[in-house]
Design a protein around this ligand. Structure first.
Ligand code: TRP
Length: 381
């Protein structure tokens, strides 16, 4: 693949992604300073770091959703996870942002765990595995601090009775040719995979259906998921529901310099899994790709390049305490004052501390995870 080419789909992220170009290709809107300011004032205080540090950078129809909210109209946040293995750090971003919306604006959260999707789309996985990882991943997600009273889970294989009456309607509106055009499925693709996008659509409309009134939907997600929701948005109004709004993030780069922290087709060492023991975390961080120079002397003299550094990306997305701290670290990196080994050492301390707290919160989340799973439809049709 030529150096300036890239591929971003829900099933593949490859090449050196030009995120502005991707936004143009997908036809999404830029997350402007003005819109961020509006969000800041609605949320009553600081923006979430993922917003203020530009990791979320694109959207669809966020402005009308915020306007409606300011006028008293309800909305909810929705995001999901296809369980193919343990979660890694970059999977948390979309849920971190959802949690922030819940805390600041007191909105309900709907989480979808797609144990069916991954079974259909990943040849090597067994049903036992997707079911098991689905639960394990759910504990990690809930551990981020969602409110039990306002948090609902669609665990596809276990929530199908709740989802199916609406899936029937959705599936009739989505044509084979539009799925083919959006996902470019091979002729050998199984029909589960072809149908799946209907199930990812259902949660967007489910609260409106359940409550019998319009409840808008906001989806924080990686921009790779946008193709699914283009199909959703095309059919929403035909079913009498508002189009969901989206907030898109860049992908968090892999530790070995890949476009995205991912496990498909790359090394285990490109991602920090939440179940990695401290020694493994240490090894992966120590071996991670940076924007550093070949020698200490050269780095002191010329400085390093944070833009291409996988370690800097981690500071930016989660571990810097404040935007000021990130700015200081970035300046010290560029000037050559901060060397990669020291930077990695400081980051490791924070990652270890995060993993320790996370493990405790995860145990607590297990206590209420089952009760959050939605199993019944509000009505039969
Ligand atoms: N398809 C997503 C994945 O592969 C899972 C998912 C389901 C999702 N619903 C979602 C992701 C809503 C973002 C938003 O992980």
């Amino acid at each position: 693949m030529p150096a300036d080419e890239f591929v971003v789909t829900p099933y593949e992220v490859r090449g050196k992604v030009d995120y502005d170009r991707l936004r143009e290709l997908f036809g999404t809107q830029e997350l402007s300073a003005e819109l961020l300011a509006r969000l800041r004032s609605l949320a009553g205080g600081e923006l979430h770091p993922l917003l203020s540090r530009g990791i979320y950078y694109s959207h669809r129809d966020l402005a009308p959703l915020l306007e409606a909210h300011a006028a008293g109209a309800p909305f909810f946040v929705y995001s999901g996870r296809g369980p193919s293995g343990p979660l890694h750090l970059s999977h948390l971003a979309q849920f971190d942002l959802c949690r922030w919306f819940q805390e600041r604006l007191h909105v309900p959260m709907y989480i979808q765990i797609t144990d069916d999707e991954k079974f259909w789309s990943r040849a090597g996985l067994t049903r036992e595995e997707t079911l098991r990882w689905g639960l394990e991943n759910l504990y990690d997600i809930l551990a981020l601090g969602f409110e039990p009273k306002r948090t609902h889970v669609f665990f596809d294989s276990r929530s199908i009775a709740a989802l199916y009456p609406l899936a029937i309607r959705v599936a009739r509106k989505i044509t084979y040719s539009s799925v083919k055009a959006v996902f470019g499925l091979e002729p050998s693709a199984n029909i589960g995979w072809i149908f799946y996008t209907a199930l990812q659509t259902v949660p967007c409309f489910w609260p409106s259906w359940a409550e019998g009134k319009t409840v808008r939907c906001l989806i924080p997600c990686g921009i790779d998921q946008d193709p699914h929701f283009r199909l959703t948005r095309d059919i929403a109004e035909g079913l009498g529901y508002p189009k969901p709004a989206l907030l898109h993030s860049r992908m968090i780069p892999g530790l070995l310099g890949e476009a995205a922290m991912s496990t498909t087709g790359s090394s285990e060492d490109s991602a920090l899994f939440l179940n990695d023991p401290p020694k493994t975390v240490e090894r992966k961080v120590r071996n991670a790709f940076t924007g550093g120079r070949a020698s200490v002397e050269e780095q002191r003299r010329l400085g390093a390049n944070p833009e291409i550094c996988s370690i800097w990306a981690l500071w930016r997305s989660r571990f810097a305490d404040s935007d000021e701290q990130l700015a200081r670290l970035t300046a010290d990196c560029r000037s050559g004052a901060l060397l990669c080994g020291d930077c990695k050492g400081q980051l490791l301390e924070r990652i270890h501390a995060f993993y320790r707290t996370h493990a405790e919160r995860r145990e607590k989340a297990k206590e209420w995870a089952e009760s959050a799973i939605v199993t019944e439809a509000p009505r039969p049709v």
